[in-house]
Ligand binder design. Structure first.
Ligand SMILES: Nc1nc2c(c(=O)[nH]1)N[C@H]1C(S)=C(S)[C@@H](COP(=O)(O)OP(=O)(O)OC[C@H]3O[C@@H](n4cnc5c(=O)[nH]c(N)nc54)[C@H](O)[C@@H]3O)O[C@H]1N2
Ligand SMILES: Nc1nc2c(c(=O)[nH]1)N[C@H]1C(S)=C(S)[C@@H](COP(=O)(O)OP(=O)(O)OC[C@H]3O[C@@H](n4cnc5c(=O)[nH]c(N)nc54)[C@H](O)[C@@H]3O)O[C@H]1N2
Ligand code: SF4
Ligand SMILES: [Mo]
Length: 688
């Protein structure tokens, strides 16, 4: 039997063609008829089979006992969870329960469309998600400039002729906030139509290697570099606001703000010489279609908000905003902005208890979750609910969080695996996942380089003992509020019917490979959501952060700074238990430039101790001229050393956790964690 559905492991949402025989996958490959992915896939797709079959995956609830986790029935487990949550709320108030939603939530419409009802039933303000170790600055910039956190402009990759990639490695990540399956072919196509791909990264990444140019940049200095580009474009009269000119406010302020950050002034900090910066500015401005694209390297650093503002501003002042080949807005069939009104308030409605950090879009920055657990007083967090997350490995100061979790009064994990975080849970409720669930990409059609829609039916039924995530959320909400939740299918269908394409689940299902609505289309000012229907190119909140950036031009720089690295066969912390993806040499190594390694007296493979203000790890050094001098790179999501997890393969390749080195550092403008550019010391250990 043949099934077609999209892979939900990363943002590329590749269409798959899956052949099933006698309850097992006989063949899995890319679906050449998918209008977005055209058959592209990556090695992780096959992991869907492994995850489906994995005997270590929980299929029924477990409860923590003195001798470890023991099986427990669904009803009993759900009753126990509801009772314990109610007890914590009654004794200490709703805010004593924190929630943490991890990345796979957004890759799962069952969870996306039903977890909200459960979270509302908890009545807590201590809501945290992986957003604040990820793309929060994109949302802040989108709110500041376009009036809504989800009005994110996307590079129109398939038509651009100049792609400036800063701090992203799409050849490995397969694209992020740029759903572009088969990204290698799409980048090659830019070059084949005479365009240029330019990569700005402290590491000569897989993407940098296929780019036409790569320039090393000192971590955390991209805002300076982007301002220098903006300054050059104005200074040399290369600006051209284009069709949206009548909508722009603040052009003069932007010009004035950038003026002091000349290529010459910032060169020493960024490591990119002034002549190169000027060349890039000119080429960007002169290209027929140009776009700046910045992801994790720009977002999880000390100036994430400024960076995401400036990628848009640079694109705007060269006439490339809302234009083919520039930055555009997808129009998905299920439109999360359908009911958004201009000028709505999305932030600052309350503040975190300990650090006083403002809420954004209904959540608090996860950098402060640990403070809320460990700082005594009224409103101290005493219980935690995690849904599809592993904050012990994914959020800053992970080792301290690991200790704090052990002290909680109660913890619930909704997750199919016993990982470094969920091992602390009192109860784990495991939902069906992957090939077992119905799925529609509510989020990623919003980020896609082409407008398509696809409803994905389950390949395998679940057993009578299993539950879908929405059934878990519904059962808990019913116990807490007495009210049932709408099913995700009902919500999806309603959204599609009332959405911009006026379609339905059934109508989309008539197209097993997905529906193609075509290339992205200009949509401004129709979709603009700012209160005054204008686009501020120099939002006050961004200008207010410039003194902090200016100050970064002075002062000492650390001898070594650490950055993260993604790997094709990993996915944050949770693919390391798939044997097929872990074959070959251990991958959790510290990349160090050969000259730096020599100065440390460390040979390739030497064990080194890397220490930051927050902790230290011991890891094998790998000398590599991919690295900029003074910058070292360690993948995140490793550190599978904790007792009591259930992931044999991961424990066989434990590695160390980068987030044992990260800590309180944030981007003050957004509250996002600054995970890259961590000052570290490196020393050869005696064993090395
Ligand atoms: N230093 C550093 N830290 C980082 C990053 C970095 O670049 N550097 N990257 C950050 C980023 S971008 C992200 S998104 C975060 C990710 O951080 P998290 O989301 O906290 O971590 P994951 O490793 O994605 O954990 C996913 C968990 O979800 C479970 N899961 C999988 N599918 C499902 C499902 O369908 N339902 C449920 N209920 N559970 C499921 C898995 O079993 C696993 O336990 O890490 C961040 N941390
Ligand atoms: N295979 C695989 N794919 C994934 C994931 C995964 O873990 N594995 N995770 C998924 C998730 S959750 C996300 S959010 C996306 C992320 O997608 P990307 O952002 O494309 O992925 P990263 O590899 O984190 O790319 C960040 C780049 O920034 C560089 N960098 C670090 N600091 C700086 C800096 O200060 N300035 C500049 N200019 N560059 C810097 C790094 O060297 C790296 O090349 O990937 C998704 N896809
Ligand atoms: S690129 Fe992403 S969506 Fe495509 S097959 Fe790989 S993991 Fe799945
Ligand atoms: Mo992410």
């Amino acid at each position: 039997m043949l099934h077609y559905r999209a892979c939900n492991l990363c943002e590329a949402i590749c269409g798959l063609r899956i052949e099933v025989e006698e309850g097992r996958v006989r063949d899995l490959r890319g679906d050449p008829e998918d209008p977005l992915s055209h058959g592209a896939i990556c090695p992780k797709a096959t992991a869907l089979i492994d995850l489906y079959e994995d005997p270590q995956r929980l299929r029924t609830p477990v409860v923590r006992t003195a001798d470890g986790f023991a099986p427990i029935g669904w009803d009993e487990a759900l009753d126990l969870v509801a009772r314990r949550l109610r007890e914590v709320e009654a004794a200490h108030g709703g805010d004593a329960i924190a929630t943490y939603l991890g990345n796979p939530n957004v890759h799962n419409s069952g969870s996306m469309l039903s977890s909200g009802g459960f979270l509302r039933a908890l009545r807590t303000r201590n809501r945290f998600t992986a957003t604040s170790v990820d793309q929060l600055p994109h949302h802040v910039a989108a709110l500041a400039m376009f009036g809504h956190p989800m009005l994110l402009p996307i590079p129109d990759l398939d038509r651009t002729e100049y792609l400036l990639i800063l701090g992203a490695n799409p050849l490995v990540s397969n694209g992020s906030i740029m759903t572009a399956p088969g990204v290698r072919a799409r980048l090659r196509a830019v070059q084949q139509r005479g365009g240029r791909v330019v990569a700005i990264d402290p590491r000569r990444t897989e993407t940098a290697r296929v780019a036409d140019e790569h320039h090393f940049i000192r971590p955390g200095t991209d805002a300076l570099f982007l301002l220098a580009l903006v300054a050059t474009i104005f200074d040399e009269g290369l600006d051209d606001l284009g069709r949206l000119a009548p909508l722009f406010d603040g052009v003069a302020e932007l010009r004035q703000a950038a003026a002091e950050f000349t290529p010459e002034r910032v060169a020493e900090r960024t490591g990119i010489d002034a002549a190169t910066t000027r060349e890039i500015a000119r080429a960007f401005a002169r290209a027929r279609h140009a776009v700046a694209y910045g992801r994790m390297g720009l977002s999880v650093q000390a100036f994430g908000g400024l960076c995401q503002w400036l990628t848009v501003a640079l694109t705007a002042i060269t006439g490339n905003l809302d234009e083919p080949g520039g930055m555009m807005w997808p129009l998905p069939a299920f439109d999360l902005l359908q009911r958004a009104k201009p000028g709505e308030v999305h932030e600052g409605r309350y503040r975190s208890r300990v650090r006083g950090l403002p809420e954004f879009n209904g959540e608090l920055p996860v950098v402060t979750m640990l403070d809320e657990m460990t700082t005594p007083g009224d409103g101290q967090v005493r219980a935690l609910v995690t849904i599809a997350g592993n904050p012990v490995l994914s959020t800053p100061n992970g080792a301290a969080l690991d200790r704090a979790l052990a002290e909680l009064d109660f913890m619930l994990a909704i997750d199919p695996y016993v990982n470094e975080t969920t091992r602390h849970a009192h109860v784990i409720l495991p939902p069906a996942i992957g090939l077992e669930v119905e799925h529609y990409d509510v989020v990623f059609h919003h980020f896609a380089v082409r407008n398509t829609a696809r409803v994905n039916l389950p390949v395998f039924p679940i057993s009578a003992e299993q539950r879908y995530d929405w059934q878990i959320f519904d059962a808990l909400a019913q116990r807490l509020t007495g009210k049932a939740l709408a099913t995700p299918r009902e919500r999806l269908d309603a959204g599609l019917r009332h959405g911009p394409r006026a379609t339905s689940v059934d109508a989309v299902l008539d197209h097993p490979h997905g529906v193609d609505y075509g290339a992205l289309e200009p949509c401004m000012p129709a979709r603009l959501l700012t209160a005054n229907a204008r686009i501020p190119l120099a939002p006050a909140r961004m200008l207010a952060d410039l003194p902090r950036l200016r100050a970064s031009l002075e002062g000492e720089t650390a001898r070594f700074v650490a950055i993260g690295r993604r790997q094709l066969r990993g996915n944050n912390s949770w693919m390391h238990h798939v044997e097929r993806l872990m074959r070959g040499a251990d991958r959790c190594t510290l990349l160090v430039h050969p000259e730096d390694a020599r100065a440390l007296g460390a040979d390739n493979g030497a064990l080194v101790e890397v220490a930051s203000a927050y902790g230290s790890v011991r890891v094998a050094l790998e000398a590599s001229d991919e690295m900029m001098r003074g910058v070292v790179s360690l993948p995140h999501g490793f550190g599978h050393t904790k007792a009591g997890t259930r992931a044999h393969e991961a424990s066989a390749h434990p590695g160390v956790s980068l987030n044992d080195l990260t800590g309180d550092a944030t981007d003050a403008a957004t509250g996002n964690a600054a995970l890259n550019g961590i000052a570290v010391t490196i020393a050869l250990t005696r064993e090395g």
